[in-house]
Design a protein around this ligand. Structure first.
Ligand code: 5GP
Ligand code: ZN
Length: 135
């Protein structure tokens, strides 16, 4: 399989690795949104988060918390965004599931892209019901 993140994980493509355990590696993003931007990669190839099994997802939460703490402590930043893009229309470019940890500093001018809109009358309830019934 021609996956750039699998190649990073198996060492055939170089990366600046900051963390590794049995299930994950974390590397510096080569084109950071801010200095210190990490990518947390499950070692197993999953296409996106929906594809990940429950056991690895439980471990994902723990590793993300650990790395978020490390970023905060090491860089002295005041915030961290956790971003995970699922699917092309959500901005996913590399189809090996991964989590972005983006350090944030006061007045850093970074726009993560949450542009809020309005629902029409009754529309929110309609969407809520659809989702509720699918859970
Ligand atoms: P996505 O949009 O799929 O969520 O994010 C893919 C990320 O991978 C981007 O932030 C991009 O900068 C990063 N990236 C792309 N190619 C490489 C690479 O070869 N090495 C590293 N470390 N990051 C990469
Ligand atoms: Zn992969």
């Amino acid at each position: 399989m021609d996956c750039i993140f699998c190649k990073i994980i198996n060492g055939s493509i170089p990366s600046a690795k900051v963390y590794e355990d049995g299930d994950f590696v974390a590397v510096m993003d080569i084109n950071p949104v801010s200095k210190g931007h990490l990518l947390v990669l499950p070692k197993k190839h999953y296409v996106n988060m929906m594809d990940m099994d429950e056991e690895i997802l439980k471990k994902t939460g723990i590793v993300l918390k650990k790395l978020c703490g490390a970023i905060t402590k090491a860089l002295g930043v005041s915030g961290v965004n956790l971003i995970q893009n699922n699917g092309i229309d959500a901005g996913q470019i590399i189809f090996h599931s991964h989590f972005h940890l983006i350090p944030r500093r006061p007045n850093d001018g970074i726009k993560i892209g949450m542009e809020h809109r309005k629902y029409e009358e009754g529309e929110m309830e309609e969407y809520a019901n659809k989702i509720k019934n699918a859970v």
